[in-house]
Design a protein around this ligand. Sequence first.
Ligand SMILES: Cc1cc2nc3c(=O)[nH]c(=O)nc-3n(C[C@H](O)[C@H](O)[C@H](O)COP(=O)(O)O)c2cc1C
Length: 305
Amino acid sequence: MEQNVSQIYTSLGRLTLNSPVTIASGTFALENLDFMAQDYLGAYVCKTITRYPKKGNPPPRLFETEAGLLNSIGLQNPGLDKFINDDLPILRETLTTPLIVSFSGSSLNEFKLMLESLEQNEGIDGYELNVSCPNVENEGIAFGVDPEIVYKLCALLAPLTNRELIIKLSPNVTDIAVIAKAAEDGGATSISLINTIWGMAIDIQSGKSMLKKGIGGYSGIGIKPLALALTYRAAKAVDIPIIAMGGIYSWQDALEFFWAGASAVALGTANFIDPLAVPKVYEGIDNFLRERNCTLNEIIGKCEV
Ligand SMILES: Cc1cc2nc3c(=O)[nH]c(=O)nc-3n(C[C@H](O)[C@H](O)[C@H](O)COP(=O)(O)O)c2cc1C
């Protein structure tokens, strides 16, 4: 769709984005771009891929709560080879905005092998490491909860790429500041947060859980205050840029995250409610900055407490 968009630039570690509004992995189909100009979108982040194909969890695996969404999709994806051979050429052909490939491994070595394969391919601007998954070398405990593992992972991958290296942090941790610092010390060039938090819903008549898997990931408006607090804490702990997400539906939501310290935001659950959320949020930020006659940089991290 052709439209003239006045750009609001923002910087990540190695990438300058034409828009501070991006999308959260797993929540935005490529087809959504048929309805909006890509100039509104700072970057396209694909659904997390794993080394081998994954069928995901059995249904029901989505449940809408009174304040957000529960999901237990379970990283359904075609696997690395199919992604590289089939999906990547389509993404390359379709996208004019930077492509961030989200991927996840089950061990440090698997993350490394995946990065090495992806590095052989053109048309990728950055990576988002999804560390909310179990580490088979560490009793299945998620990579993202252990600062030492987060440091090791970033230190292992950083020397292997000149592309943007984003690590996506899990909110299910005791102190996000320690994890964020470990990522920065290891060589991540930016941080994204937050992934979903644990959530559950139960049918009171049958006593059955609404998700077949029982517990799932909770996203959307209900997690916004938590996401904002974690963004604020992480931003105070590190100097690398932050891409914030978690319950951002409107331009007003987005601005709170910029004040808290985010250099860019990502819309997730909002895309299911309104496929045109990205341009609407963009326009709202643009109007706000024009009316105040200020730049985004004058807002980022300037929240007063
Ligand atoms: C249906 C669904 C699928 C998701 N799939 C992924 C995924 O593949 N990889 C990932 O890192 N995060 C995934 N997420 C998490 C989102 O990217 C995002 O971090 C989270 O939903 C919080 O943002 P939101 O409240 O704006 O949705 C998924 C979320 C939803 C709702």
